[in-house]
Design a protein around this ligand. Structure first.
Ligand SMILES: C[S@@+](CC[C@H](N)C(=O)[O-])C[C@H]1O[C@@H](n2cnc3c(N)ncnc32)[C@H](O)[C@@H]1O
Length: 288
């Protein structure tokens, strides 16, 4: 202990003197290469408790419960720098436009535990989230997934469609090439109903609020509406509105800060003039 104290005092004196390099002959332990350590690096190396680096579960491990071909297709999707489009060419992919394996496995588990037989998502892109819904349909032996996206061919080169084809489960999948407002209205006219609805389309506040407004009646009572990207103020604000105003939806704890999950518990029985104030993100109050 004594040598540590004398070393630290010597170091402080050197810092005070403006000399951080250390001088020969003092209590500074020499490194193998003959150079001397600074006080900071000595403390970092020897005195601070060693914190293990946070370990994220490897993708392979996270996806282990999935059956083939979903596991294999997803692993190659997560690893890919480019993916095959419906034009037969490979296109570079951006690695932001996808949900994480942990999120996806949450969707898979929810769909399996509910034995969901109809699922819907707004925002298809490369088809990452779609894979988990289809994997659940295959595991349940029942289920059909619908994905809405007006930009699948133009912006995403049909990559999501190619990925769905790779699973061989096209018969359990429907792609709607339209904006969510039109597609959701059509689905309501067709009296469609879904057990799980994932809202991950345009992320502006008004788009997300309208997506929720139009998707809410499509959700079966007992079913779930899931919002992605809770780090965004727009999504936090919509979720804040739902919490405060939509008593026909009850929030479920899912242990993942990136998503918010609401279960539909009944009809929307608000009076025509009902309004409950809600927090708007950006003032620091609408977060989780
Ligand atoms: C974040 S990406 C979806 C990622 C996908 N859910 C996944 O995890 O693999 C958002 C998608 O929303 C689509 N989008 C944008 N505006 C839309 C709209 N009005 N209706 C439906 N989809 C829309 C975009 O083309 C894009 O593919």
């Amino acid at each position: 202990m004594k040598w540590i104290l004398s070393y630290l005092c010597a170091g402080r004196q050197r810092e005070h003197d403006g000399d951080t390099g250390g001088r020969a002959g003092e209590a500074v332990p020499a490194r193998g290469d003959g150079k001397r350590m600074s006080v900071k690096s000595f403390i970092a190396r020897h005195l601070r408790p060693q914190r293990p680096a946070p370990q994220l579960p490897p993708i392979e491990e996270a996806l282990a419960p999935l059956a083939e071909p979903f596991r294999g297709v997803l692993l190659s999707m997560y690893a890919a720098g480019s993916m095959l489009g419906s034009d037969g060419r490979h296109h570079p992919v951006d690695t932001v436009t996808r949900i994480t394996p942990t999120q996806g496995m949450r969707f898979f588990e929810l769909c399996c535990s509910m034995k969901a037989d109809a699922t819907l998502e707004v925002g298809f892109a490369y088809g990452f989230s779609t894979m988990y819904f289809l994997a659940a349909a295959a595991a349940n032996g029942v289920g059909h997934h619908t994905a809405i996206d007006p930009f699948e061919e133009s912006d995403w080169h049909g990559i999501g469609l190619v990925n769905v084809r790779a699973t061989g489960l096209q018969s359990s999948f429907r792609y709607v090439n339209d904006c969510s407002v039109h597609a959701a209205t059509d689905l309501a006219r067709q009296k469609s109903a879904f057990d799980v609805i994932f809202i991950d389309g345009n992320h502006r506040l008004d788009d997300v609020l309208v997506d929720f407004y139009l998707c809410a009646p499509l959700c079966r009572i007992g079913g779930l509406v899931i919002f992605d990207d809770m780090w965004m103020s727009s999504i936090q604000t919509v979720v804040s509105f739902v919490r405060s105003n939509r008593h026909d939806f009850v929030e479920e704890a899912v242990g993942d800060a990136r998503i918010s999950v609401f279960r539909r518990t009944g009809e929307d029985l608000r009076r025509w003039d009902d309004f409950q104030p809600f927090a708007v993100a950006g003032n620091g109050r609408a977060g989780r």
